[in-house]
Structure formats: C-alpha cells, structure tokens
Design a binder for this molecule. Structure first.
Ligand SMILES: Cc1ncc(COP(=O)(O)O)c(CNc2co[nH]c2=O)c1O
Length: 407
C-alpha cells in the first residue's frame, strides 16, 4: 500500500484534472518537468499581487518583504540539500546554467592543456557540451566512463580512467534516460583520492532521494526547481565555500559588485558574487513553496510510492511482446524507458497522446547514450508523487492498442 494519500495530493494539482483530446490527462513526463501544486501557483500570484519589488538594498516595505521571502528560499534550499552554509547556495536558471557556471569559472581557472575531465556515457547534453567547450579552449581531454548493457557505470573502468591528470569528474546522479542511480559517494571518494574535484548533476535525483551534499562531500551540485514541483527558470548551484571564493566571477553587473570605479571594481561576497542582475524573484520565492510541499509529504514516502509505481509499471510493460526496457540497473529511480520492435518511438508517442497520455520520445538530450545502445531513441514514462497504478494501466492499454495499429 502506498505510504501517501495520492488522491488528496492529486487534488492539489489543478492541471491533473485536465482533459486531453477528450480523455483525462495521464501525465507521465515528469523527468522532463513536474506539475505544480496550488501552493506554488499561489506563491507566484501572492508575490505579484502583494509585494512585488526589486530586492536587496531597497528601503521601502515592498522591497524588504520581497528580499525576506527571496532569502528565505535560500535558507530552505540550504537545509533541503544540507549545505553547511547559506552562502554556498547560488540561485541559477537551472542545472544547465549551474554546470556552465562551473565550467566557465572553476574550469577556466583550473584546467590546463593536457588535463583530463571525466564524465560518463549516460550524461545529459548539459553535462557534456560545457566540458567539450572547455576542453577545446584549453587543449584538455574529455574521458568517458563506459556503462554496461543494463545502463550501470563500469566502475573498474572509471578507476582506470582516474590519474594525476584528472582535474574534474562530473557525473549524473540519476540518469534521465535510464533511471540509473549512480554510486556517487564512491565516485566522489575515488576522484578526491586522485586529487580531482567533483560536480554532481542532481537534476533528476533531488526529487527522488535525500540529498546531503556534506555527506556526499561533492564539491559542486546542481539541480532545477521545475523538476521539484517548482517553477521553471530557477535552480540551485551548490559549491563548497572555499572553492567558490577562489573562483573568478561569472557574469558582471549589479548585485555582484561591492564598488565600481572606472579604474577598478571589487566584487560582492558569496553568494551574490554569482547572482548578477535582477534575479528571477517570483520563481525563487515560489521555489520555497515547492520544497515545503516535498518536505511536508516526506521524501522517503515519495520515493516509496514512486518505487511502487515503477515496479508495477516495469512488471506490466515486460509482458508486452516486442517491448524492451532500456535501463535495467539494480538501483533505479522512477524513469522507465523502452523500445518496441518495428515501432518508432515518435509514432508511439503520438498515438498515446491521442489517448491523453503524455510520455517523452526521442533521445532525451542524451544522444551519445542512444548511440551506445544503437537506438535512435526511446519512449520514456517517468513517474512522480501523484502518479498511480491506474495511470500505468492506461499506459499499458494505450501501448497495446498503439502497437496493434502500427504493426
Ligand atoms: C540529468 C539531467 N541533467 C540536466 C538537465 C538539464 O536541466 P535544465 O537545465 O533544468 O533543463 C536535465 C533535464 N532533463 C530533461 C529535460 O527534458 N527532458 C529531460 O529529460 C536532466 O535530466
């Protein structure tokens, strides 16, 4: 039995009552973005109707209220990933910006010709391209940890790749295409033994599991609010304070300065050093409502519910003739990718949409991973706190009907 009252939770998501093409919406694309509870929507409306103002340095009431709400999210985010200090929490637009920020600051300062950066074969493009740009600029080399047919990292190959040339290891915590949960604590410890720093891409993991950046001892960690039942355009980059303080600035402008003269500019303290310009105030404020929503239910309860739905869906899909699950790691989060013999994922996606069922089809911004499996892409169902076994049944019925039509 599920540890949570899914029916009561679903009532908090207005969009889940939507009809699509005359059918009830069955939203199974949560790895792309999650839906938003009423408390998050209300937080956005409350800000714009009640205390919209620019933040920091304002001396009027609205500015003080907006600043207090904005900075309260920083404290909430700090506790959410158990960062030691609030100034280690930098607001970004999302995981992509967080990874780029590290590549363009720490990377440019510390990676030289001949150095090596290690990523894995299951990375999202946002954790591949920034490092390729950096390696091309510096004459450094990108190394890739291979994976097995179940979609699990080959850790002995990883250990072989580590050397005194390794400057940075940047890996995904949970694969958005496979669902694989990577052994990041082991990856981090091995990297530190080799003298490298570690960036963890937490875009998918942060919603499914407890994140403790101090226990992990990662040097950087990035995640996105929109995968955490929060708004788009907001994310968090965590970095160890002593590393962030030693890094050059990223973007120049207001907020990130102490004093500007034409002769010289001095920069602001953390975290504002990396928060140039007017931030995404409303969405940062609403992000706190999303984290509070998750904390109120409890991540362990959410994870248990998602695992129940994932295991049920896996068992059901495995019975469909010609369907092959892509990503069979022992440790998996609630992402279920699959192919169907002689059927293109795109065609499946369209036919499922005709039945109100939203899945994602294609390469999921992990094209090298699809190449490794010699497939053009997959159909991916991904589950959330509000997903139900009945929605899985609708998916199975939809798949069976679609395959019948297409074959
Ligand atoms: C593992 C992983 N890393 C980074 C990102 C980038 O996050 P963003 O900056 O918030 O876009 C994503 C987004 N993944 C997906 C976005 O749409 N479908 C997906 O699977 C992701 O799944």
């Amino acid at each position: 039995a599920s540890p949570i009252d899914v029916a009561r939770i679903r009532q908090q998501f207005p969009i889940l009552s939507r009809m699509v093409k005359g059918k009830p919406l069955v939203y199974l694309d949560n790895a792309a973005t999650s839906q938003k509870p009423q408390v998050v929507i209300d937080a956005l409306v409350d800000y714009y109707t009640g205390y919209n103002a620019n933040i920091h340095r304002g001396i009027h009431t609205l500015a003080e209220e907006a600043t207090a709400a904005f900075e309260s999210t920083r404290d909430t985010a700090q506790r959410f990933i158990n960062a030691a200090l609030r100034e280690e929490i930098i607001f970004t637009r999302g995981t992509t910006e967080g990874i780029n920020l590290v590549a363009y600051t720490w990377g440019r300062q510390n990676v030289q010709a001949g150095d090596e950066i290690i990523i894995s074969a299951m990375e999202h493009h946002s954790n591949i391209v920034p490092w390729q740009i950096l390696c091309e600029e510096k004459g450094a080399n990108l190394k890739v940890i291979p994976i097995n047919d179940d979609g699990e990292l080959l850790m002995e190959e990883y250990e072989r790749l580590l050397s005194n040339k390794t400057k940075l290891v940047s890996v995904v915590h949970v694969s958005n295409s496979l669902g694989t949960i990577n052994p990041v604590k082991q990856i981090i410890d091995l990297a530190h033994q080799a003298g490298a720093v570690v960036m963890i891409d937490g875009a998918q993991s942060t919603v499914h599991m407890n994140i403790d950046v101090q226990a992990l001892d990662c040097d950087f960690f990035a995640c996105s609010a929109h995968k955490l039942y929060g708004p788009t355009g907001v994310g968090v980059l965590y970095g160890k304070k002593h590393i962030l303080e030693a890094m050059p600035v990223f973007m120049g402008g207001g907020e990130m300065i102490k004093e500007v003269t034409f002769a010289k500019t001095t920069y602001n303290d953390l975290p504002y050093k990396y928060e140039a310009g007017t931030p995404n105030i409303a969405d940062v404020i609403a992000f706190k409502a999303a984290i509070d929503f998750i904390n109120e239910i409890g991540k362990a309860n959410i994870a248990q519910h998602e695992q129940d739905v994932l295991q049920y869906a896996t068992a059901q899909l495995e019975q469909i003739h010609g369907l092959h699950i892509v990503g069979k790691a022992v440790e998996k989060a609630s992402v279920l990718s699959f192919t169907v013999d002689k059927v293109h994922p795109q065609d499946l996606g369209i036919l499922l949409d005709n039945r109100g069922i939203a899945v994602r089809t294609g390469h999921h911004c992990t094209q090298p991973l699809m190449d490794r499996f010699c497939i053009p892409g997959t159909t991916r169902a991904s589950f959330a706190v509000y997903s139900t076994r009945e929605e899985v049944d609708a998916l199975v019925a939809g798949l069976q009907k679609a395959i019948q039509l297409l074959l």
